[in-house]
Design a protein around this ligand. Structure first.
Ligand code: SAM
Length: 276
């Protein structure tokens, strides 16, 4: 049986069931209360260029726009969701948001060119392999919300995405993202101990890549790949990719969420790090 890959994940997000699910959230939900609190706390400059990874149909992107952020670049590798985001932005007067079709694990080498003022007709230089602080503008912050980073199969690939976001950001820039936490409750800890036994015996779902992975299907949402880390794993991944951890907390300790948000998304852990 073949392992889950980025192609599996992209195809699942381009599936009409998932597209309707995320488009509905983009139209009617916007930023969660907890996201608003953390965005306001850590992204204090409304005019700073921000990079949103895994924007999907634009739920958080449009939420950021509505909160006053005016220099937004958002990308996703699922073209169907990106089309939804572009069309929603157009209907909300948010055409100034730059939407890019890109994979977080291998961003375009010249991702920062969108921030440079160019005379019209002057194409980006594709040969440029990095974003230089002095020559280019860099992003003033990055976000990867609703556990998008954890939907990248393979720990090295998740680290690659963290490195790519770091490359696009200026020194000191904040990164906000969320994950599940597989140690969150006693019941979960017990279930993961059973899963650990399955891995020891080689009896895990053969499509999974790492311990902590899940692949499941829900009516109305479609198929979902999700890696559930423990706290130590994320701290190690941040340290290995040049991000200084500054904050993490379970969502319920940040803000109380509406029923609609709780139905849309399980409890999660938010993380804030800054580029070293
Ligand atoms: C749970 S959805 C969240 C969508 C949106 N941010 C929201 O909160 O509604 C995760 C998103 O991450 C995107 N994603 C996952 N892996 C990606 C990758 N390697 N590159 C770009 N986008 C990715 C998916 O296509 C999906 O749109």
């Amino acid at each position: 049986m073949t392992k889950i890959s980025s192609t599996t994940v992209r195809d699942d997000f381009n599936d009409p069931v998932a597209v309707v699910h995320y488009a509905r959230a983009a139209h009617f939900m916007g930023l969660w209360a907890s996201e608003k609190v953390l965005v306001e706390r850590h992204f204090t400059d409304l005019s700073a260029p921000l990079l949103e990874a895994g924007c999907g149909a634009g739920r958080a992107t449009i939420g950021l726009w509505d909160a006053g952020y005016r220099n937004l670049t958002a990308f996703d590798f699922a073209g169907e969701l990106l089309d939804q985001a572009r069309s929603l932005a157009a209907t909300r007067g948010a055409d100034a948001i730059r939407f890019l079709h890109a994979d977080a694990t291998a961003l375009p080498p010249d991702i920062c060119h969108v921030l440079r003022d160019k005379p019209s007709g002057s194409p980006p230089k594709p040969s440029e392999g990095t974003c230089h602080v002095l020559r280019d503008k860099l992003f003033g912050g990055a976000l990867f919300l609703f556990n998008g980073l954890m939907q990248i199969p393979g720990r090295e690939n998740r680290r690659a995405a963290l490195r790519e976001l770091r490359r696009a950001c200026a020194p000191g820039a904040p990164l906000l993202f969320s994950t599940h936490d597989r140690d969150q409750t006693q019941v979960e800890r017990a279930l993961w101990r059973l899963e650990a036994l399955r891995w020891e015996r080689g009896e895990q779902d053969p499509r999974l890549v790492d311990f902590g992975d899940r692949y499941f299907e829900e009516a109305g949402t479609g198929r979902t790949f999700m890696h559930l880390p423990d706290r130590a794993e994320i701290l190690a991944d941040l340290a290995a990719t040049g991000w200084a951890h500054t904050f993490d907390a379970l969502r319920k300790t940040v803000a109380a969420e509406s029923r609609a948000v709780r139905d849309f998304s399980d409890e999660c852990r938010f993380w804030v790090a800054h580029k070293n």
